[in-house]
Design a protein around this ligand. Structure first.
Ligand code: FE2
Ligand code: FE2
Length: 258
């Protein structure tokens, strides 16, 4: 089984890039399942019903999210619908709407959020231990998106889950890392998928506003880069159907002009 996991898609430029790249990858790489990080789909902040439908149309099965999932309030009431293909991190306190794991498709997907430099959440390590302890999604490959800032926290999660899930990938920094590997227990791992967004940017946002914040300490609202050179960052993971373990993980990165 072949799974593609796509990094944070930023704004309309990111969505256009997904439209140009993903259907071809789905066909040419014979992908069985696509997981896409969608917390920045709508104008760089949050998701909407329309932007989610767009990603599904281009070949996405499940959309994971992160700290920006609550930015567009209209989507929040939809998160409780088990048919709606969007997860919010599992380790937000359980009083929040939505769910952090989905086992309805061919691949079971878990969305976690990190605590180092991100926010005050329940432990992602304890949350996934609780989920797996009950034999959740038995017989299906399980892939995990840990949406986190610190590389160390993501590397630690890889070791924590090695041999218990098929893949652990990181998101949130929007910067792809070059450390794809199969851990000794058979779990595919990469610290960050990267992003789908403008290259002449600061993690997908216009350079001017981002620089102003760094130079003056005063923030203006960030706007996503929507044209010019774009990058599409993802990894493809191949899973042995018999053992449920990963046999390979490789970066699938593309660049194009919008
Ligand atoms: Fe993001
Ligand atoms: Fe994030």
């Amino acid at each position: 089984m072949r799974i593609l996991m796509v990094g944070d898609v930023v704004g309309s430029g990111g969505r256009q890039t997904v439209k140009k790249v993903l259907p071809g990858l789905r066909r040419d790489l014979k992908l069985d399942f696509v997981v896409l990080q969608g917390e920045n789909l709508a104008g760089g902040f949050g998701l909407t019903e329309e932007t989610v439908a767009e990603m599904v149309e281009y070949g996405t099965d499940i959309i994971t999210s992160g700290n920006h999932v609550w930015d567009k309030r209209d989507i929040v009431s939809r998160l409780d619908d088990p048919q709606f293909p969007v997860l919010r991190p599992l380790n937000y306190p359980p009083s929040n709407p939505g769910r952090g794991a989905s086992s309805s498709g061919a691949v079971a997907v878990v969305n976690l959020i990190g605590r180092v430099w991100v926010g005050e959440f329940d432990s992602p390590f304890a949350a996934i231990d609780d989920l797996l302890a009950g034999g959740w999604a038995k017989g299906k490959p399980i892939v995990v998106d840990l949406h986190a800032e610190a590389t160390s926290e993501k590397v630690a999660m890889g070791w924590h889950l090695d041999g218990r899930v098929a893949a652990v990938v990181g998101t949130h920094t929007h910067v792809a890392t070059a450390d794809c590997r199969i851990l000794p227990g058979g779990t595919a791992y990469v610290t960050d998928l990267g992003m789908v967004g403008g290259m002449d940017s600061v993690i997908g946002m216009h350079v001017e506003e981002a620089m102003e914040r760094f130079l003056t300490g005063v923030g203006r609202r960030f706007k996503p880069v929507t044209s010019g050179p774009m990058r599409f960052n993802s990894v493809m993971i191949e899973i042995d159907d018999k053992t449920g373990k990963a046999v390979s993980i490789e970066r699938i990165d593309r660049e194009l002009e919008l």
